[in-house]
Ligand binder design. Structure first.
Ligand SMILES: Cc1cc2nc3c(=O)[nH]c(=O)nc-3n(C[C@H](O)[C@H](O)[C@H](O)COP(=O)(O)OP(=O)(O)OC[C@H]3O[C@@H](n4cnc5c(N)ncnc54)[C@H](O)[C@@H]3O)c2cc1C
Length: 204
């Protein structure tokens, strides 16, 4: 891609880039990787193949769905199903597909929403309600994603993003990010889960 972090505005993206730059992290955009060879990464830039030498190569590109989806006979692309507005599978109105294996279209950007914990949890609640509706013989409702914000970590003490529609960055954003994780753990696994996996490292 030509830019990273399309879900954030230019100012927040620049904040992230400047922060990474301070740590000597250099970012190559519009540079698709063509091959990984022993101790080198081959990528293309302006239609020219280039190489980077590296002793350690860590591949982190792309979150995809699951191969199980295609193997189970669903119509999928990269392990994800473009679901109906009520989260059912297009070919089966009694099967709900939610979470990372579901693609839900954002009608504003005309691209699927990014796969996140936030949307997965909302899909889970919505699908449960629709199953109840179907069990009662009533019509299902369309899913709408309520974006509560998005905060991205850069290291342990910095982050940036939106809480609601308010931009946040730096240590306060990092604090918020840890609180968001704790809230999510509380919602999915209760207090026991928060105590086991919660983020309480707030002062370093
Ligand atoms: C590095 C990373 C960081 C992320 N950070 C954030 C973040 O900060 N905020 C956010 O909102 N989202 C974040 N996400 C995305 C978020 O984790 C996912 O969107 C969310 O967990 C999706 O929920 P899910 O239930 O669909 O899938 P998952 O949470 O992935 O659960 C799927 C489960 O199914 C199991 N499974 C898979 N295949 C099989 C199989 N064949 N048989 C049996 N079990 C199987 C897996 O082991 C897993 O336990 C992050 C994802 C990654 C990878």
């Amino acid at each position: 891609m030509a830019n990273i972090l399309p879900q954030f505005d230019d100012q927040l993206t620049q904040y992230c880039l400047d922060y990474l730059d301070k740590w000597d992290v250099h970012l190559l955009t519009s540079s698709p990787i063509k091959a990984i060879k022993p101790e080198r990464v081959v990528y293309s830039n302006n239609d020219t193949n280039k190489e980077l030498e590296a002793g350690t190569i860590i591949w982190t590109t792309g979150v995809s769905g699951s191969h199980v989806i295609g193997e189970s006979g669903f119509s999928e692309k990269r392990g994800r199903v473009m679901v109906n507005d009520d989260l059912t599978d297009p070919d089966h109105n009694n099967i709900y597909i939610i979470g990372d294996v579901a693609a839900v279209m954002d009608k504003e950007s005309e691209r699927p929403y990014p796969t996140t914990g936030q949307i997965s949890l909302q899909m889970g609640e919505h699908a449960a309600k629709n199953i109840m509706q179907q069990a009662k013989g009533e019509a299902t409702k369309n899913f709408t994603f309520k974006n509560l914000g998005s905060v991205a970590s850069i290291g342990n003490t910095h982050a940036f993003g939106y809480v609601g529609s308010t931009g946040v960055k730096g240590y306060p954003a990092s604090f918020m990010k840890k609180m968001i994780m704790n809230r999510s753990l509380l919602k999915t696994g209760g207090l026991k889960e928060v105590m086991a996996k919660g983020r309480f490292d707030l002062y370093h």
